[in-house]
Design a protein around this ligand. Structure first.
Ligand SMILES: [Ca+2]
Length: 341
């Protein structure tokens, strides 16, 4: 029976991959981005990709959910949404999360000033402390979507997703969180764990182990994991950051990249979060996929993948040729100038 269930999920996975052309609004992929932006710089590049997909008419970006309660990441998101032209994009935050540190490059970007002392980048909002709880914003947004229509790219911790699963019925939906996810979400793409090394404790997992355990054990839809070992071997070149953005002399993602390097922009950085976004929007055409299985998160935060035909998890892999093609695709998207709306 469970094998039949996984087979039944496969058309949904295929649907998630069919989004390379401009498509009608009602057919566009609906994406929610779950991020610990402010920690590592790959979140900022992954976010850039999502804005570009929106600009190309390939997706509807429904919301960004933050894993960090500190004000800098929320203000940083306002800067990014404003600069890219989406100031009203909904943003949810975590409260009493597992990592409320400021996020240094987010703080650095927030603090950047012009010569006249004015903020370097414009904001559209204030009062970031009033942003909604992410797990409640999920309920509000998911309840409004068609069934089996939402893809979540989760490139940070599992706190918000675990809290969402545990929510009771409310004014937005008579369904519990788990029921609502099962009804509205067709795919979760987490960047999490290490599938080739069952002893490795990966960062996104260890920042909130109980939530990661809950999500991997309870999540009611297919999951496609981007594991640590994939993005680690595909490094975005600092040379591109230094040379490919003459069309935007003051670019918040480029300045973020520079800030993360403490003034140095010529470093190469793994593309963990970018690989998750690439799959979430473009599907499996860039990757080799594992067989289905389940993932157990240990008490220390290691991830153990066990193949089984009735599992709801598959993960991405890439050989050298695929890695080269994936990096070329990342550069193509990220260096593409914004179009005027
Ligand atoms: Ca991240």
């Amino acid at each position: 029976m469970k094998r039949l269930l996984f087979i039944a999920f496969l058309p949904l996975l295929m649907m998630a991959s069919a989004c390379s052309d401009r498509v009608a609004q009602e057919e566009r992929l609906r994406v929610i981005f779950e991020t610990d932006i402010g920690n590592d710089i790959d979140d900022a590049l992954a976010l850039d990709m999502l804005y570009k997909y929106v600009q190309q008419g390939e997706i509807d970006l429904l919301a960004v959910m933050l894993n960090k309660c500190a004000p800098a990441p929320a203000e940083y998101m306002d800067i990014m949404n404003t600069w890219y032209g989406y100031p009203e994009l909904p943003v949810g935050v975590v409260r009493n999360g597992s990592d409320d540190a400021w996020g240094q490059y987010a703080q650095d970007l927030v603090d950047l000033k012009s010569k006249d002392g004015a903020p370097m980048f414009a904001r559209s909002h204030s009062g970031y402390e009033n942003l909604p709880d992410a797990h409640i914003l999920y309920r509000q947004i998911l309840a409004q979507q068609p069934d089996n229509s939402v893809v979540i790219a989760s490139v940070g911790f599992s706190t918000n997703l675990a809290r969402l699963l545990d929510t009771p019925a409310d004014k937005y939906s008579p369904l519990t969180g788990k029921e609502l996810v099962a009804r509205k979400v067709k795919l979760l793409v987490p960047m999490a764990g290490h599938m080739a090394d069952s002893t490795y404790c990966e960062y996104n997992v260890i920042k909130d182990i109980p939530s990661a355990q809950n999500v991997f054990a309870q999540w009611p839809t297919p999951m496609v994991v981007s594991p640590f070992e994939l993005g680690k071997e595909i490094k975005y070149p600092g040379e591109s950051m230094a040379n490919d953005f003459t069309w935007a002399p003051l670019h918040p993602m480029v300045e973020s990249y520079r800030a993360w390097g403490k003034g140095n922009i010529l470093y190469d950085r793994p593309t963990w979060d970018l690989t998750a976004v690439l799959y979430a929007v473009e599907g499996d055409r860039w990757f080799t996929m594992s067989e289905p299985g389940r993932v157990e998160i240990t008490e220390k935060g290691a991830s153990i993948f066990s193949p089984c035909q009735d599992g709801n998890v598959i993960y991405m892999m890439a050989d050298e040729a695929q890695r080269d093609a994936i990096l070329a695709r990342f550069k193509e998207i990220i260096t593409r100038p914004l179009t005027t709306k």
